[in-house]
Ligand binder design. Structure first.
Ligand SMILES: Nc1ncnc2c1ncn2[C@@H]1O[C@H](COP(=O)(O)OP(=O)(O)OP(=O)(O)O)[C@@H](O)[C@H]1O
Ligand SMILES: [Mg+2]
Length: 1011
């Protein structure tokens, strides 16, 4: 069943019609035609309606869509049938053939070209040169064959006037390696006579319209000649035929195919000879027959490269054997005319056959050895001219229609035969179905002794004067009772039949009245031996092809000439039928049934009656019935499962039943279609299309879900893949991190392994660069190392040194970054007033005072002592000294041998304020808001800063006593003097030699030496 087409375009397969009736069939055919769907199936037969317009359905893209597909997978198309034939040929190594039938103008030749084009397009993927050559020749040969074998008729502007059977040979790989063209029964009478409105073969007009003037001159013809054979003037111009362009195309094609220049010239000479022959007229002078226009004789002589007298003789005399003697008998004018026409016809026919044989020479399979290359298989394409009924039907139509009759019979027989065989093969009971059998008509024509051919041949064989009327009488006698034959004598009331002239056959395609006029002559097909001799005896070098036209035996004068002729023609006529029968029965046939929608070549018109008639005589309805009588559809089990397995849970996604057949059974039982199917050995047969539709619908429904399911699974798969990748990346990352961490730690270990024994305990060791994650760890490590390092340093210190270190640490903590020069590098002596360096003269007296105070106040140790400059109550500055013990802060007068002036218990001291500068200002804040503002002085060396030491020592002491001491670094410094708030500002002054206090508005200024 064809897919991908919605029902708006009608049913893609006639088998799917709800009712098989002519009305429904026609309605579907019309609907599809109107919707631009020119192809429809009947099972595996393609019904094609001539669109009479260029359709955009034969391009490369469409070819791709059909390549390798099954018939029902794509909308109906010629390509599908071509592919099916090709596949059958390739898969089963079987010869196949495509039979294209239909009446004249229905599109057979076009179809055959598209089929060839498709086969050419899908083969030879490796672009082998030889295969390309063969393909090119096959395609090009069409153009030449059509020029010489086609003509404009009243039914078709490009009507094939010969039957064509083209074989394409394929190698084991399925590439075309050659071919062969059989041509049958060229309608040669057309050379000398055409019916009103028709033309002779295209080749004549092409020569006249397209040949250069020089060529025409050499052929002695004009562009618009008065050529009797071609009614030239009235039939030269057809808008749809471009003879001029075609001439060039054909000449090119001939060159490509391999015709030599001489050969092409000869072809033109023969065409010209025929045209000149037509103009030859005969007259009588007394009892002598003469040629009236003798000038033409010399033209003919020149064109045929023979002697003038030979031409004349052949045209006016004939050689007759009487007993032992051979005499030359003069023609009557009538005989001379007959002879001339016979010569023209024969020359053209033999020219055509020669062209075909030349093409065959080029395309025939070369160097093929079946032993090496495997079996060579064939696809045949049979394109005969279609059934035709003209105003005046003669012997040619009779033969053509007989051929069609025969083919039709073959078709219906084979379709049926194939069906029956298939049922038999599959073991399915088959009930016989009646179909229109045209054997009776075939018999009417071909039956031995009684048939029309037998009567005709008998008449021709008779010695003596036999006329066409005698032949008709013979028919009337022998066929009087035949239901399909009649004549005026048998039906005297039938005015449409002329007495002694017409007979009517009721063909399967309709009634046709034939005129017997010319039947005898045409069947005899007499060509006087003298002509054969004339042409055979000319020097071959000048006309390279003509010598092949007649085989040597043919012109021997002693043979009874008409027997040769009859035999010749008779065999030809039957050869076509024989060959087509043979090809269809031996090879696997595929059918294209062409329908012509109207007689006016309109792309829009669907003439109902006209089409119905064709459908009827093509037996299409019967074809549908035959197809449906059994089963509308059949598929092999695996294919069926592949297509429908999603419908059933037993088969989706895979079944576990013993065979595909069981699985299909289970599936169909599940759907409730068991009653409508039969199970063959390898195929399941579905009786009604409805079941198939239903299966298709269910499938379409499930496909949506499957798509979703697949999307789900696929998305899941993608996500899992991504997740796994991420996991892997993470593992790698972690391993790498671990490695980095470990190697860092190992490195640290390595570098610091011996720090204990190092002099500086690893202070100089360079830390390795840590990975990012270990930066904080590195800080911690460094700090651990520093602490350990500090601890190792500290643990060897004396108690005094320990105190000093503590004080330095405290100073650092309080002032680091806020004051420059904390004095950390030097040793902190603390009690500078006993230092001989600071106070060489007064140290001794101070030591006495200090000892006194110790005794009196019982302090344990001196924290700090130094000379200072101080503000007194009267805002004056004086030299003083401070001594800070672990219990008091003493203010002393250096001028009075350091007599203590005032003492502040240390617990009264709440804080210290220092400035951020280099000055030695320090303010002791007390609980009772009587802050002591001093500036350390008298240091040796003079620029030594002791503020850091003072702050650190006091802080460390307060800490050891677990008391708080507030340290401020500020400028100006806020303080209270006797309960009054004031500020102390440090100001550098240029001329200041020593720091000193002066009063300011808000408090005091410590003027320091500026620079
Ligand atoms: N598929 C098609 N697409 C377009 N035009 C087509 C197609 N088929 C046929 N035709 C038209 O119909 C004309 C007749 O077709 P074609 O020559 O194939 O008929 P035929 O059946 O071979 O007739 P005959 O028996 O007289 O040789 C073509 O010249 C072309 O104009
Ligand atoms: Mg044709």
């Amino acid at each position: 069943m064809a897919e991908h087409e919605s029902l708006e375009f009608g049913k893609a397969d006639f088998v799917l019609l709800d009712n098989v009736s002519m009305e429904e069939f026609m309605a579907n055919l019309k609907l599809r035609f109107e919707k631009g769907r020119i192809y429809t199936y009947i099972g595996e037969v393609v019904v094609s309606v001539n669109p009479y317009r260029a359709m955009n359905i034969y391009g490369r893209d469409v070819i791709e869509q059909y390549k390798g597909r099954e018939l029902y997978e794509r909308p109906p198309h010629l390509f599908a049938i071509a592919d099916a034939a090709y596949k059958a040929m390739k898969r089963r190594n079987k010869d196949t053939c495509i039979v294209i039938s239909g009446e004249s103008g229905a599109g057979k030749t076009e179809a055959s070209k598209y089929i060839m084009q498709y086969i050419a397009a899908i083969t030879n993927p490796n672009q082998r040169a030889e295969v390309e050559r063969v393909k090119n020749m096959l395609l090009k040969s069409n153009c030449v064959l059509e020029a010489f074998g086609n003509a404009k008729t009243n039914r078709n502007d490009n009507s094939s006037r010969f039957g064509k059977y083209m074989d394409i040979n394929f190698d084991f790989k399925g590439d075309p390696i050659g071919g062969h063209i059989n041509n049958y029964l060229l309608e040669k009478s057309r050379v000398i006579f055409q019916q009103e409105g028709e033309r002779s073969f295209h080749s004549f007009y092409q020569l006249l319209r397209g040949a250069p003037d020089s060529l025409l001159r050499s052929l002695h013809i004009q562009k618009d000649p008065k050529a009797i054979y071609i009614h030239c003037n009235s039939h030269m111009n057809f808008s749809c035929i471009n003879d001029g362009a075609d001439f060039k195309a054909v000449a090119d094609a001939m060159k490509v195919i391999g015709f030599t220049g001489d050969e092409i010239q000869t072809v033109y000479k023969i065409l010209a000879t025929i045209l000149h022959l037509g103009n030859l007229t005969f007259g009588v002078d007394g009892d002598v027959t003469l040629i009236e226009n003798t000038k033409l004789v010399s033209v003919l002589r020149e064109l045929l490269s023979t002697k003038e007298e030979n031409v004349e003789k052949a045209l006016l005399y004939r050689t007759v054997a009487t007993g032992r003697d051979v005499i030359e008998k003069q023609h009557t004018t009538q005989e001379a005319n007959y002879g001339r026409d016979a010569l023209a016809k024969a020359m053209y026919e033999r020219l055509f056959c020669w062209i075909v044989s030349r093409i065959n020479d080029v395309i025939e399979v070369r160097n093929y050895d079946a032993k090496i290359h495997g079996k060579n298989t064939v696809i045949g394409v049979l394109d005969i001219y279609g059934f035709e009924i003209f105003q005046n039907n003669s012997f040619e139509q009779f033969c053509i229609n007989y051929c069609n009759e025969k083919l039709q019979q073959l078709f219906i027989q084979l379709v049926l035969k194939q069906e029956q065989e298939e049922y038999q093969r599959e073991g399915i009971p088959w009930k016989h179905i009646d179909y229109f059998n045209n054997q009776i008509i075939v018999d009417l024509v071909e039956q031995q002794h009684k048939g029309i051919f037998a009567v005709l041949d008998e008449a021709c064989m008779n010695v003596g004067k036999v006329t066409d009327e005698v032949f008709l009488q013979g028919l009337n006698t022998k066929l009087a009772k035949h239901a399909h034959y009649t004549s005026r004598k048998l039906s005297p009331t039938d005015k449409s039949l002329e007495f002694d002239r017409d007979f009517r056959i009721r063909h399967y395609a309709g009634d046709v009245v034939y005129s017997v006029v010319g039947f005898i002559d045409k069947n005899k097909d007499t060509l006087f031996q003298d002509f054969k001799r004339l042409l055979y005896n000319r020097p071959t070098s000048q006309l390279p092809c003509i010598c092949y036209f007649w085989c040597p035996g043919e012109y021997t004068p002693v043979v009874e000439e008409h027997i040769v002729a009859v035999y010749h023609h008779y065999s030809r006529k039957h050869w076509l039928v024989y060959k087509s029968t043979l090809c269809c029965s031996v090879q696997e046939p595929y059918y294209v049934r062409c329908v012509k929608p109207n007689d006016v070549k309109s792309p829009l018109l669907f003439e109902h009656e006209r089409c119905r008639h064709q459908v009827e005589y093509l037996g299409l309805l019967e074809n549908v019935r035959v197809r449906r009588a059994g089963f509308a559809n059949r598929q092999t089990y695996p294919r069926f499962l592949q297509r429908y397995k999603m419908i059933s849970e037993f088969t989706w996604p895979n079944h576990d039943l013993p065979s595909d057949k069981e699985a299909v059974k289970r599936l169909l039982q599940g759907c409730g279609f068991d009653h409508d199917v039969a199970y063959g050995k390898t195929k399941v047969f579905i009786r009604t299309p409805r079941t198939l539709f239903s299966l298709e619908e269910q499938r379409a429904e499930m496909v949506k879900r499957i798509v979703l399911f697949l999307q789900k699974v696929w998305r899941g798969t993608i996500a899992r893949m991504r997740y796994r990748r991420m996991r892997a990346a993470l593992t790698i990352l972690q391993a790498y991190r671990r490695y980095k961490v470990k190697s860092y730690i190992r490195e640290v270990n390595r570098r610091f392994k011996n720090v204990r024994s190092m002099k500086d305990h690893g202070r100089h060791v360079k830390w390795p660069t840590p990975p990012k994650v270990l930066r904080r760890f590195e800080e911690a490590l460094k700090s651990i190392h520093s602490r350990w390092w500090a601890w190792t340093l500290i643990k060897g210190l004396s108690p005094e040194e320990t105190l000093q270190v503590r004080a330095k640490v405290a100073s650092l903590e309080a002032l680091k970054g806020q004051r420059a020069d904390l004095g950390l590098q030097r040793a902190w002596e603390g009690n500078y007033l006993v230092s001989r360096r600071d106070s060489p003269d007064t140290a001794a007296s101070f030591t006495l005072v200090s000892s006194d105070l110790q005794r009196k106040d019982k302090f344990m140790r001196v924290l700090f002592s130094c000379n200072v400059r101080k503000i007194n109550h009267f805002h004056k500055s004086e030299n003083r000294a401070v001594l800070i013990t672990d219990r008091h802060l003493y203010k002393m007068d250096p001028l009075k041998q350091y007599k203590p002036m005032k003492s502040i218990p240390l617990y009264n001291v709440t804080g210290l304020s220092v400035s951020p500068g280099k000055d030695q200002l320090v303010v002791f804040h007390t609980k009772d808001s009587r802050d002591l503002v001093v500036c350390l002085q008298g240091m040796v060396p003079a620029n030594e800063s002791r503020i850091g030491e003072l702050v650190g020592t006091l802080l460390s002491h307060f800490k050891s006593e677990k008391r708080k001491l507030q340290v401020n670094i500020a400028s100006p410094i806020q303080c209270s003097m006797n309960g009054r708030k004031c500020t102390v500002i440090v100001e550098p002054k240029i001329n200041q030699s020593q720091p000193d206090f002066t009063k300011s508005r808000s408090g005091y200024i410590l003027a320091v030496p500026g620079n």
